[in-house]
Design a protein around this ligand. Sequence first.
Ligand code: SAH
Length: 278
Amino acid sequence: MDGGKERRGAGAGAHSLTSAPMNTPEFPLPAADRLRIVLVGTQHPGNIGAAARALKTMGLARLVLVAPEQFPAEEASRRAAGADDLLADARVVATLAEGVADCRYVLGCTARSRRVQLEEFEPRQAAARAVTMAAQGEVAMVFGRERTGLTNEELQLCHAAVHIPANPEYSSLNLAAAVQVLAYELRLALRGQASSPAPESRHPDDAPASHAQLEGFFAQLGQTLDEIDFHKGRTPDSAMRKLRRLFLRADLSEQEVRLLRGVLADAQRMARLADGRT
Ligand code: SAH
């Protein structure tokens, strides 16, 4: 990889990921511009090309590649079959955290149902939610590696999981096939949104918290729980997973995250004072 620095495919650079309108003239709504598909650790470049083709057929355009094993690659362009403009514009990053840092909502697609303590959606619900959230901020739909899917740590970065209810005995779709299913559902959801009134937007002073802001809050929450001896010798993982799930569901705004961090800072201060007394 490239040591964490962002790079793009040949001919790239025309779009800034956070703001520029993309190649989605069919959906004159900001929502389509704010949806990104993130492929994590893809092993076969052919799947990257096939995923680009799947997106373009559904009118979507934004592809983020997290540490792909081989990219750019001839096989990717060959399988893209005319969708190589998406490959050229694809953003390549080193970690999933980097690829979704500016997102307000992240969905992780997993071939194994109920593997993690995350709210789980079927594709139709997931797409509807993604499109609604995209009215207010950046949204990512994340796909894992061909062999091993997403790690638990990567799934922890997601607000919810998506599972295509396939044959339980044989539930793992080819990566690009899974992208096609979700891209189709996103298209249906975007078309539905185009024909219905826009959802009420938030007060401008109450912008939704970004992924990076939430991760900062979770880091401080973890420290505070240690400092107030919340775990009492138990491992912190299970409580942290439940707390993450609770706060992710709460759809926090920037202001609310600041308020919560203020509460934590005081709890930390009191814990230090109490420590000094004993
Ligand atoms: N062997 C892996 C499957 C990887 S398939 C595992 O057991 O996890 C590659 C990726 O395609 C997965 O990480 C997931 O993002 C997506 N995918 C495949 N089948 C899926 C399904 N039934 N539901 C949701 N996503 C799926």
